[in-house]
Design a binder for this molecule. Structure first.
Ligand SMILES: [Zn+2]
Length: 268
């Protein structure tokens, strides 16, 4: 018998027990329990609250799993990256890695607490753990605040968009990409700068690539950016409008990973 049916059945067969509910002050009712084979007293108000709570928990669970799936659908990232959390980021105590982990975890708390305009930039040489910590931040914010998210690796993105020029079934068209990246509450652009090598001009990112990045930066004011480029290199690769957008609203959330050993080589 369902819980709702049981409650209904109980109400039909109820007699007053003479006891009061200490919480609600109403009369407790009695029903004969088929489970315990004896009379049980219960408060109808308590029972109602319990039902509502179960309903709310169920709804929350359902909306969480929808939200979780959406985060993944909105992302372009190697599947193994989903294992990147703060717990899985190994850093020996009192090292620079441990310090960065702590700082970025604090930034995650700030992003989770408030949905205000803010960027964060994680920069420095490859292999220092920037993408790992950026993903850890995204997953923590998502878990704690249920904000909508997208984690987009930039070279995967531009490969998809390039593909969409010839393949009409490609989901990630330029328009779709911009729509996703500007509509989420928090966006991570992973490995900014790697797409610059895709342009014919070598160092300078090709025009349409810059246009997409500019459109996103113009219309999304909460972005976590990881890049292997230094600020000097970013200035060479992107035009000044993009450069200043990248560094807007990130005064206290720029994380310099230079001088950190290659995390990818550790423990392998
Ligand atoms: Zn009660």
């Amino acid at each position: 018998m369902s819980i709702a049916m049981e409650a209904f059945q109980n109400a039909l067969e109820a007699k007053r027990s003479g006891q009061k509910c200490p919480i609600h002050g109403c009369d407790k009712l009695v029903y004969f329990s088929l489970r315990t084979k004896q009379d049980e007293a219960y408060c109808p108000e308590c029972q109602n609250e319990q039902l509502l709570k179960m309903q709310a928990e169920f709804d929350q669970k359902a909306s969480r799993s929808i939200n979780e799936r959406k985060f993944r659908d909105n992302s372009l990232v190697s599947p193994k990256m989903w294992a990147c959390t703060f717990d899985s980021f190994v850093a020996a105590p009192n090292t620079r890695e441990a310090f960065m982990k702590h700082k970025i975890s604090r930034a995650a708390d700030a992003f989770a607490a408030k949905n205000t305009a803010h960027n964060a930039v994680l920069y420095g040489q490859p292999g220092a753990g920037k993408s790992h910590l950026a993903m850890a931040l995204m997953q923590k914010v998502h878990k704690e605040s249920q904000q909508t998210m997208a984690f987009v690796n930039i070279s995967r993105l531009f490969n998809k968009i390039k593909n969409s020029f010839e393949d009409p079934t490609e989901y990630w068209t330029k328009e779709k990409a911009i729509q996703i990246m500007t509509s989420v509450d928090l966006l991570c652009i992973d490995d900014l700068g790697t797409e610059s090598s895709m342009g014919r001009q070598g160092q300078e990112a090709s025009r349409w690539v810059q246009d997409v990045i500019y459109d996103v930066l113009e219309n999304q004011d909460r972005i976590i950016i990881t890049t292997n480029l230094s600020d000097k290199q970013l200035r060479q690769v992107y035009d000044s409008k993009i450069f200043s957008r990248i560094f807007a609203n990130s005064a206290n959330t720029r994380f310099d990973f230079s001088g950190i050993s290659d995390k990818r080589l550790e423990g392998v």
